[in-house]
Design a protein around this ligand. Structure first.
Ligand code: SF4
Length: 402
């Protein structure tokens, strides 16, 4: 790995795989009823952060510490950790990486798992962005999703977050819920806009195999809106958010000016990131890596008795998969993730600078076809999705993989 000022700024993702209850649609790597493992997990996390940062076995990098400019705690439910546990993780990050003074430090939290005091503590520790999983403003929809909170918890969490000092707030919502009508979705959007967040993420429900929703759907017990109805919800929300002063910058994300999530932009721009925790992924130095999924195995891998000295960067003792990223794959991924950015798209100049070949020479046929289908368009030197392409993103992305 190159060090010093040439090293690109990394992003750091910390996975917290604990939830109070497993929601009916969830297929994330998270576990309910294992909270007793949190202290050992936090210790393992700190060890992994130190090892990859090079400070444990390689004598510390001093000036050469890896620069990082965003930290994101996702899950799971990170807000189940105590302030002391967050403090020790952040302290370890600051000791092992060169965290920029204006770093974005985000926390995913679930309403119903935060208090005014806990949010004040988090603000005091340096968290400057919070993302609340709201999903719906309707009690029956929240019950159906098996969320643990009601809408009153949401209002409370937002009020407390503001009072604690958070001025950068994201709310997550889901549309296309079973039996959901456009009216009901509109009511959710209007209520949520009333909470005045800086950022909104809107996801279409996907019924995943292996979840309770997946099983109910298989037995014909779940009726989700058809794709046209879900598209109407998406388009209506896009117009409502724009009218409220939000700019769409990614297929599922809208922000007030200057409030885009820097951490997620790092992924979409194909810039390097490290992932710590059970099942976390990283991508750096030409490698894509992932950790063991299960909490106990992860903790075991990082037990002091099992560590192997000099794990090469960016691997960690918990790494179970590593894939070298070929130039071809990197180019494909640049198209896949870059085209998610609805305004920024993929710049032909940046592509040529990065890969030494013209985007046109590599993907000319795919681009031509997709422009013909009115799914992609050029805006000056930038290739991006059309409005129609935003609805049919998967059809576009499929064309850029072998
Ligand atoms: S809170 Fe989030 S991560 Fe946890 S079970 Fe529900 S959807 Fe999954």
């Amino acid at each position: 790995m190159t060090q010093g000022h040439m090293t690109p700024e990394h992003s750091i993702y910390i996975h917290i795989p604990f939830c109070v209850h497993r929601c009916a649609y969830c297929d994330f790597n998270t576990y309910a009823g294992q909270e007793s493992l949190i202290p050992a997990y936090v210790e393992a996390l700190c060890r992994e952060i130190e090892i990859v940062g090079g400070s444990l076995f390689q004598g510390g990098r001093g000036e050469g510490k890896l620069p990082a400019h965003t930290v994101f705690f996702g899950g799971g439910t990170p807000s189940l950790l105590s302030a002391a546990q967050f403090e020790s993780i952040l302290k370890t990050i600051r000791a092992s990486y060169n965290l920029t003074p204006d770093a974005e430090i985000s926390l995913e939290a679930n309403p119903g798992t935060v208090t005014l005091d806990s949010l004040r503590d988090l603000c005091g520790l340096g968290f400057n962005r919070i993302s609340l999983g709201v999903q719906s403003a309707h009690p029956d929809e929240l019950r159906q999703l098996e969320r643990i909170h009601d809408y009153f918890d949401v209002i409370e969490a937002v009020t407390w977050a503001r009072r604690a000092g958070f001025d950068n707030l994201n709310l997550d919502m889901i549309f296309g819920l079973p039996e959901q009508s456009l009216d009901r979705w509109q009511a959710t959007v209007k209520l949520i806009l009333g909470l005045r967040p800086e950022h909104l993420s809107l996801y279409a429900l996907t019924v995943e195999h292996g979840t309770p929703f997946g099983r109910w759907a298989q037995r014909g017990l779940l009726s989700v809106p058809d794709p046209d109805a879900a598209a109407d919800m998406y388009e209506w929300a896009g117009r409502a958010l724009e009218a409220a002063g939000f700019e769409q910058y990614e297929i599922s994300n809208w922000a007030k000016p200057g409030r885009q999530c820097r951490h997620n932009l790092q992924y979409w721009r194909g810039q390097p990131y490290l992932g710590f925790g059970a099942g976390a992924h990283g991508c750096s130095s030409g490698l894509r890596i992932s950790n063991s999924l299960r909490i106990k195995t992860y903790i075991e891998h990082l037990h002091p008795d099992h560590l192997i000295p000099n794990t090469p960067f960016p691997l960690s003792p918990a790494t179970v998969n590593q894939t070298k990223i070929s130039k071809r794959v990197e180019m494909q991924e640049t198209m896949l993730t870059g085209l998610r950015l609805t305004c920024e798209g993929v710049s032909a100049e940046d592509f040529a600078d990065r890969f030494g070949v013209q985007m046109w020479d590599v993907f000319g046929r795919e681009i031509d076809d997709l422009i013909g289908l009115l799914l992609l368009e050029w805006s000056g030197p930038v290739l991006r999705l059309t409005k129609r392409g935003r609805l049919l993103g998967n059809q576009v992305f499929m064309r850029f993989v072998d």
